[in-house]
Design a protein around this ligand. Structure first.
Ligand code: DAH
Length: 347
């Protein structure tokens, strides 16, 4: 057995001195020192020996094992050095090659407009408020003075949440909010006047064509205080138009109707495409409609228990996608939702 061990050591010396790479060194390690390796095989026969013979053989076996370990360490060092050497003499790194780009991500145009609108109103002293997208009919319609048979409640416009889901709330229909105006109601119910808020958020309508998507974004505004006038509404929105679109933009208020404001107005700005001369986008009028606004209706104050003898207020609502399209001269709403990197990287 001793001869066999010495022969093993000799074999390992030969094999490892010629090992070409790390793989060959690992193969040799398994072959000699592995659980089922050569050394274990020889030592497996030790049971038949007398104690004295066993001790003598054990010593030889240990020294063979030590040697093989040393040989493995040497061989590993050698193949690593060789690999490094080969790399140094291999093909050179061409530092003149252009780098591989990592295109930076960009904010979506809708997010940019949302932030910018909020920033403009923040400078005018408005705070941000938010509310749920899944809303009760009460906040979305009832408290905003929509009569029960108001056409906006029609299933044509509103996504209702399946009543079968709503066993817990049979009293008020649950829907996806069709505008950000319900947050006016939530804010007033939660706080006492004075109040000055803007509400950015998603809204939903059953509408889908070139100029409508089932989900879009609005920013709502509400200001309530003593002696708030329509003049202040005009001043505020004109200041907004100038800050957002630039100097030289004029605003125009046209009478309109919303259930929750009286009087109500639709607000136009000078056409940003033709500067008011008249073009295809403004249909020759020189004006573009950008938002709805008005003085808060007394019935709305009543439903939030504000005293309209004591306070007045104005509100407005604007569509973010529309503002974005006008600001960046984008002619197709669908581009906003297709996530085409070639479109998005232009911002
Ligand atoms: N909620 C209206 C809509 O979605 C927009 C609006 C109009 C909001 C007038 C207002 C307002 O606060 O005063 O069409």
């Amino acid at each position: 057995m001793e001869d066999r061990l010495k022969a093993l050591a000799e074999e390992a010396r030969r094999e490892l001195s010629g090992a070409p790479d790390a793989g060959a060194v690992e193969t040799a390690r398994v072959k000699y020192l592995g659980k089922k390796g050569e050394l274990s095989k020889v030592l497996g026969g030790m049971g038949k020996l007398s104690p004295t013979e066993r001790r003598a053989l054990g010593e030889v076996a240990n020294s063979v094992k030590d040697e093989v370990e040393r040989l493995l360490a040497d061989a590993t060092g050698r193949v690593q050095d060789a690999a490094l050497e080969a790399e140094l003499h291999g093909p050179k790194l061409d530092v003149t090659l252009p780098g591989r780009g990592r295109p930076p991500g960009r904010r979506h145009p809708v997010s940019r407009t949302l932030d910018e609108v909020v920033r403009v109103f923040a400078r005018l002293g408005f705070e941000v408020a938010t509310g749920p997208e899944v809303e009760l009919d009460f906040y979305n319609f009832q408290a905003l003075n929509f009569l029960d048979d108001h056409p906006a409640r029609d299933t044509q416009d509103t996504f209702f949440v399946d009543p079968a889901w709503l066993a817990k709330r049979p009293s008020s229909p649950v829907l996806l909010r069709t505008h950000t105006s319900p947050v006016q109601v939530r804010a007033m119910l939660g706080r006492k006047p004075p109040l000055r808020i803007v509400v950015p958020g998603r809204v939903y309508r059953r509408d889908s064509d070139i100029t409508h998507t089932p989900m879009f974004h609005q920013v709502e505004g509400l200001l309530v205080d003593r002696d708030v006038t329509f003049g202040e509404l005009k001043g505020t929105l004109s200041a907004f138009a100038t800050a957002f679109f630039g100097k030289g933009i004029k605003t125009r208020f046209r009478p309109s109707f919303f259930p929750f404001t009286e009087p109500s107005a639709e607000v136009d700005i000078t056409c940003v495409i033709c500067s008011g001369k008249g073009c295809r986008v403004c249909k020759g009028s020189g004006w573009l409609e950008v938002l709805g606004a008005g003085m808060v209706h007394p019935n709305v104050f009543k439903s939030v228990r504000y005293d309209s003898a004591d306070v007045t207020g104005f509100a407005f609502g604007l569509g973010i996608e529309r503002l974005t399209m006008l600001k960046y001269a984008i002619d197709d709403l669908r581009l906003m939702f297709e996530n085409d990197a070639r479109f998005l990287e232009q911002f």
